[in-house]
Design a protein. Structure first.
Length: 56
């Protein structure tokens, strides 16, 4: 199995566009971005709490 190429990415994007429509995609991306940001924040806070416990 090879890596995903530009042709496959375009095909996936077209399928997503057909399924959700042009108006719904920005909402989906906004939600995805918020989810990624929350995940990063949670990961960073977990690392900070671990570092704080090492100092004690």
């Amino acid at each position: 199995m090879g890596a995903i190429g530009p042709g496959q990415i375009i095909l996936i994007a077209l399928i997503v566009l057909l399924l959700f429509g042009g108006k719904k995609i920005p909402e989906l991306m906004r939600g995805l971005g918020k989810g990624v940001k929350e995940f990063k924040d949670a990961t960073n806070s977990e690392e900070d709490s671990k570092e704080g416990n090492k100092d004690a």
